[in-house]
Design a protein around this ligand. Structure first.
Ligand code: FE2
Ligand code: FE2
Length: 170
């Protein structure tokens, strides 16, 4: 298994995209079964996003900022895009899937995150790969593999909450 940091993050993106497709495929109809399926998928999506964000925030973004200073603006924009997703995720996590605003909020989350992942894959990762050596990416990936084991999955966990609070008051 590769421990290249970019390969790991791209694999996460694929898994997240798959869940987004499943959510969209779960249907517009407000049947009890569709609603229950969407509720379960939303929880799964939010947990995957939470772990992925944690790995990027703890390893990828600070390391890139330190090692490739000219990408600082991109990193700061990423923090803000993740912050929007964090806020939506926290609201959705506390919401019942039959709530009036649930589907609309999920749509906005999916649109925002899809845009962010496309931007990372098409523009940002290539710049990072160019700026960092293979061994640096392997070393970062190995740290991510370790961190994933203890990463917060629920937005209600203290380390996840702290991140949102920090972004607001920093
Ligand atoms: Fe990201
Ligand atoms: Fe990402």
């Amino acid at each position: 298994m590769s421990t290249d940091a970019i390969v790991i993050l791209k694999d996460d993106h694929q898994q997240i995209r798959k869940l987004f497709r499943e959510f969209r495929g779960a249907g517009e109809k407000a049947t009890a079964t569709a609603t229950a399926t969407k509720g379960k998928l939303a929880t799964h999506i939010i947990e995957e996003l939470n772990v992925h964000t944690y790995l990027e925030n703890e390893v990828m973004y600070p390391e890139v900022r330190r090692l490739i200073p000219e990408l600082e603006g991109d990193v700061l924009e990423s923090y803000e895009e993740h912050h929007v997703a964090d806020v939506l995720s926290m609201e959705l996590y506390a919401m019942k899937p039959d709530a009036e605003r649930f589907d609309a909020k999920m749509s906005v989350l999916i649109e925002n995150v899809t845009h962010h992942m496309d931007e990372e894959e098409q523009q940002w990762f290539p710049k990072v790969r160019k700026g960092l050596g293979r061994s640096q990416l392997q070393e970062m990936g190995a740290r991510m593999v370790e961190l994933r084991k203890t990463a917060p999955r629920s937005p209600a966990q203290p380390s996840a909450l702290k991140k949102v609070v920090d972004a607001v008051i920093a």
